[in-house]
Design a protein around this ligand. Structure first.
Ligand code: SF4
Length: 185
């Protein structure tokens, strides 16, 4: 940082940490599970310690969290996993994923893919779509001020993820973001 004194840098950093913590505090209570049911994190610390960021939502599976997101025990099965914990900050990425899955599904059908392949893709598509619908319904039910707060907090966490994707693992709450073509949830 191009600041004239270390103190200036320290103040800037403290504000940044504060913003991050406030964003986590706003969003941790809005986490849901793969079926769209509310699954809030008990505290910002719990969110930071127990979750690891993957492209379309956090993961709370202990061994994967311990390994920084590199040790999914079920081969990154995306929305079909009980440890999947998206929150509103993931909404744009999940919507992109829904569009992509829809196109992939149509292609797989046209290619005559096996039934078990089609069924798996249909299930994944349906679960992500359900997550989007439940999350949007929750957002729409909020008073304007609260929804604005959630949207601003979401932008902060998305920026953090984008930064960590560009520079490698960073401090929690977003320790690892796996490339979209490697990770699954
Ligand atoms: S499938 Fe996704 S949410 Fe489930 S354990 Fe693996 S990385 Fe975590």
């Amino acid at each position: 940082m191009d600041h004239r004194s270390a103190n200036t840098t320290a103040v800037y950093y403290q504000v940044s940490k504060k913003m991050k913590r406030e964003a986590v505090d706003t969003l941790r209570v809005l986490a849901i599970d793969r079926q769209g049911n509310s699954a809030p994190m008990g505290s910002a610390t719990a969110y930071e310690v127990r979750s690891v960021a993957v492209p379309w939502g956090n993961c709370v599976e202990p061994s994967n969290v311990k390994a920084g997101g590199n040790a999914c025990p079920i081969r990154f099965q995306r929305s079909g996993c009980g440890s999947y914990r998206p929150d509103p900050s993931h909404l744009p990425a999940i919507e992109d994923q829904v569009r992509s899955l829809k196109a992939n599904l149509e292609l797989a059908r046209a290619m005559g893919a096996a039934d078990y392949t089609i069924k798996g893709m249909e299930g994944e598509f349906a679960d992500y779509l359900n997550v989007v619908k439940r999350m949007k319904a929750k957002m729409e039910s909020m008073p304007d001020e609260e929804r604005h707060e959630v949207e601003e907090a979401s932008k902060i966490l998305r920026r953090l993820r984008a930064g960590s994707a560009a520079s490698g693992p960073v401090a929690l709450p977003m320790p690892v973001v796996r490339p979209a073509d490697e990770a699954g949830a």
